[in-house]
Design a protein around this ligand. Structure first.
Ligand code: S3P
Length: 164
């Protein structure tokens, strides 16, 4: 089993790049947050508000476990906090290749949509602090580090080259 897991900060482009990458590889694409939202019948923000972050993290691990067990390989875009749980890192590294997508933090601060991201409800500037807190987790989890500093197509192409 060799899934492709995309990790990285909120707003780094995982979902957009993941969809293009999946087309190139002719693999199905799954966005883990969307899977959770569909199964729960509510948004990530609603889950955070009603149940809190810890509960969301358990749902996130369950969704990841389910995807990891899929017989067909998938391109899986993960929420930015997937690396906060060691078990998640173990699952990803065991069942696939983990691609860490890196985007300039100031670019993220200037472009990220805060409305759907409960951790940014106090403003996009929080991205700077969250990135510093998580940097070592991304380093630990990622097999391959890819800069997303061009178009979505270019970044997907860079990943294709790195996978070969
Ligand atoms: C989170 C990132 C979000 C989502 C949730 C928490 C995080 O996903 O899972 O809001 O902790 O970084 P995106 O990275 O797709 O925004």
């Amino acid at each position: 089993m060799k899934h492709i897991f995309l990790i990285g900060m909120m707003g780094c482009g995982k979902s957009a790049v993941g969809q293009v990458l999946a087309q190139k590889l002719r693999l199905p694409f799954t966005d883990l947050d969307s899977k959770i939202e569909n199964e729960q019948g509510r948004t990530i923000s609603d889950i955070f508000q009603a149940e809190g972050e810890a509960y969301f993290r358990t749902l996130e691990t369950e969704a990841l476990e389910e995807m990891a067990e899929e017989k067909t390989d998938h391109v899986i875009s993960c929420g930015g906090g997937i690396v906060l749980t060691n078990r998640n890192i173990e699952i990803m590294r065991k069942t696939g290749t983990v691609i860490w997508i890196v985007r300039n933090v100031e670019t993220i601060v200037n472009t990220v949509d805060t409305t759907k991201r409960p951790l940014l409800k106090e403003g996009a500037g929080r991205v700077r602090q969250i990135f510093e807190e998580r940097r070592s987790c991304y380093e630990k989890a990622g097999d391959i580090r890819i800069e997303n500093d061009g178009t979505v197509e270019q970044t997907a192409q860079k990943i294709m080259c790195a996978l070969n």
